[in-house]
Design a binder for this molecule. Sequence first.
Ligand code: IVH
Length: 694
Amino acid sequence: MTEVSEPKNQASDLEQAKKEVERLTEELNEHAHRYYVLDAPIISDAEYDRMHRKLEELELLFPSLARPDSPTQRVGGPPLDHFEKVKHRLPMLSLANAMNKEELIEFDKRLKRQLDLPENEILEYIVEPKIDGIAISLTYEEGTFMVGATRGDGVNGEDITSNLRTLETIPLSLRKGERPIPPIFEVRGEAYMPKDGFEAFNRKLLDNGDKPFANPRNATAGSLKQLDPKNTAKRPLAAFIYAPGYMEGVEFATHWDFLQSLREWGFSIPAFNQKCQGAEEVLLRYDEILDKRNTLNYEIDGMVVKLNDYALQEKVGAISKSPRWAIAFKFPPQQETTKILDIDVQVGRTGKLTPVAHLEPVLVGGVTVSRATLHNQDEIDKKDVRIGDTVLIQRAGDVIPEVVMSIKEKRPEGAVPFLLPEACPVCGGETERVKDEADTYCTSIDCPAKIKAALQHFVSRKAMNIDGLGKKLIEQLVDAEIVKHIPDLYTITDDDWRSLERMGEKSIVNLKNSLDKSKDTTLARFLFGLGIRHVGERTAQILASEFRSLDALYEATTFELEAINDIGPIVAYSVHHFFSQEKNKAVLQALLDLGLNPAPPQSIEDNEDLAGREFFDGKTCVLTGTLTEMTRDQAKQQILMRGGKVSGSVSKKTDFLIAGAAAGSKLAKAESLGVTVLTEAQFQEMLKGNQLSL
Ligand code: IVH
């Protein structure tokens, strides 16, 4: 036996382990790239797992040797308690849409006009599939993945680095390519859930008794929002990269060059990207992609057409939130045929009866659809839809699938026209179809379906925001007759709570706290929560700022209501009708007696002393371009608080145009009309009350 002194032995062990860790990290990354990105593995899964385990063991023995790009880093780091905000170094823009071939041709013509090129010039485009996922930004410093973020509002996103690290298609370090690796390299792309992974994942949720996701896009969004990256690591997510972000030390002449470098550096890019000469070739390509759409393992909702030459891109620039050099060419909604097994009638918050078709399950663009809305009796009559019919259904994005038409040739014998019931299917009360409206309503005030839906709406996030009071609990409260009207929510006793299934003392305390907290709310939230027909979030805000109290709303005539901008006769009638009914007044009074305190919004008079008021009071402003210090909405609020108005378009009457980065046609128009243009910095100064020499 040779005698070797201990320290030396340890040192050489460490040396050897280091080499081994490096070799395994690099080989595993190479194999993962081949497997996940290129879809061309050269070793078996078992072999890969063996190597992975070996690396895990070594890293456990010598933690200091673990490299930041080790594949073991993908299992998910420690959980977070919130996501940090990240400011994008360049705003993340979105795209303008072309809905049909004519609009695409117009896009091509417009570019030539903007570039002063003759009409018969052929521009070179890159055509890419439009991935229906969630936009992300990835930043690499000296080739190492440092920050991954969501798009957010385009200016600020959320830092989801630890979650994005778990996606095998995102390289943790850039591979070597022909070009040297840039010191700072930010790219943009789309995280998505492949269709097969989505189906398997939803099946698992169903097996566990959990609610499945409606589509791969929602599943992706939900997975990226996990505070514990270990949860994200379990979801089958992937990412495609398609656009440059902020970069230093590298330049690309064309988008095609950029895409080639992406490929070399190890990113996943769609196999469908293609160069096209002129609009005509783009249109041919559109038909091809549309044909292949259902064979792809990821959802696409159109294609994106981009000018290839980066110098030309720069020349045409961007307008407000989207570049002029690219356009999204949307696909028509996805359609399929299937059979109607039954028609069920649901009763909503307002008592509206909605017929819903139960379908033989069918895959529409990767999502199983088994129900579709039939809207109302008019729609059923117009489309002549009957139980047993074979129908064409369609889904577009997140909207509820709908029945487009019934295929009469396939109608079974004896199928009869469908009529909404005369009695409410939930409470047996009378139903009524309001004159000149297509919808039918249950008229009874204590219909449990109406009450449940009304309560759900009242407690929802954008209304009273009562935490912990979910759908199941509301159903139990109504079924046990503990809650019959909204005010009853605030008088539930401890014994009432305890009588419900699986209700612990801690939950009771939490619920009581949430209910108590909700009493201090805004008038706008309160009005929205009441579920007045046709009063959505925005209308509620308008009513709150115009009337400022419930008393004023009781007094308001339809004439006064209609005089308000953005309030039409239907809304005015509905609001007036709501506030003139004694039973509603009683409910509102009961809520106030229970201590609810809906506060009116800050009024302009309250802001008499606000800095910079003198510059904006009575002035009309237009916002354009991308602001960096605040969102457009915040800027608008600041102007409104100072007594100013914000308009969408520039005219002779405009006092100020506030122009953020990449301002386009509005800026040109303001200049031609001699309207005062403020930069964002000047605007900020005026908000602080500083006089500028304009
Ligand atoms: S380019 C400045 N390319 O579609 C250009 N976007 O409304 C930035 N998207 O927010 C976008 N596939 O989330 C681009 N091949 C593609 C895309 C794509 C999907 C998404 C992206 C963007 C939205 C546009």
